[in-house]
Design a protein around this ligand. Sequence first.
Ligand SMILES: Nc1ncnc2c1ncn2[C@@H]1O[C@H](COP(=O)(O)OP(=O)(O)OP(=O)(O)O)[C@@H](O)[C@H]1O
Ligand SMILES: [Mg+2]
Length: 316
Amino acid sequence: MTAAIDIRGLGRTYAVKGKPDFVALRGVDLTVPRGEVHALLGPNGAGKTTLCRILSTVLLPSSGTVTVLGHDVVTEAERVKQCLGVVFGGDRGLYNRLTARQNLNFWAALHGLCRGERGRVDALLERVGLAHRADERVQGFSRGMKQRLHLARGLVSDPGVLILDEPTVGMDPVAARDFRELVGELRADGRTILMTTHDMAEAAELSDRVSFIDDGALALTESPDTVGRVVSSRERVDARGVPEQVRRRLAGLAGVAVVTQREDGVLRIETEHPEATREVMMTIVAAGVTDVSRSRPSLEEVYLHLIGRRGMAVGG
Ligand SMILES: Nc1ncnc2c1ncn2[C@@H]1O[C@H](COP(=O)(O)OP(=O)(O)OP(=O)(O)O)[C@@H](O)[C@H]1O
Ligand SMILES: [Mg+2]
């Protein structure tokens, strides 16, 4: 069976006035089988949106080939558009003076859905949690509500493949959780999803595989378990005003990897697993310290950790 998405040697350059062409993608290879949820992680400017735009046929590749369900994005763009739903964040593409329902009816008509099939629009409004605001103008919507409407828009043609570029940006935690549930349902429908995000925990939770893209090149593809393990195994607790004896006790706790006193007065405790993090937090709070925060490692740290480990595996 043909893959849902097949990317071979994809390159893309942008012409920049007075400068040599800027290389945004360099030789990307990626195959996403049908039914997979694939997350693309990478720092700002890595090339994620460029890749999504090429997949959705609004940007041409400079080199290489890209197919969606076997259809070439350049020579069969119309076919690709028919089987693809695309969700880009932000305000673009929404008609502010129309209501949510009018927006969806408009896109349904664009996709050739006749009035009889418009029951879909109601079902979609329900699915993304906008049914009770369906007849309000979009201009009064919050960012998260607009993001939900974008998602409904992406689903209007009932596509087999969905491209979601930072779908949860601007959503509050409840909306983001609802969204994650929705992705679960879409996967259960058998749809293929390629999504970009900056949130590693989200990528680890939602996807079947996670790829890291850096400076236009695909660096590695991992299982979400591996990414999730690295994220949770590198948690840290920052605290101010921890007494010396508590500090010593923390250093001796099981699962505490490193304790460092930083110049800004913050004591940073890095842990190896979530249970250790909990133990550290409880020890600190029991000592009467109230200035405590917890953080997760940055994308860059996790990425370097994964690359480093893979490097060792190759060497050994
Ligand atoms: N129209 C353009 N002209 C010139 N350079 C561009 C253009 N569009 C994107 N770029 C450059 O290509 C690179 C990749 O951009 P892209 O938007 O694909 O990154 P991204 O991974 O989506 O980043 P972010 O996480 O910030 O959304 C960036 O350095 C960007 O400045
Ligand atoms: Mg982007």
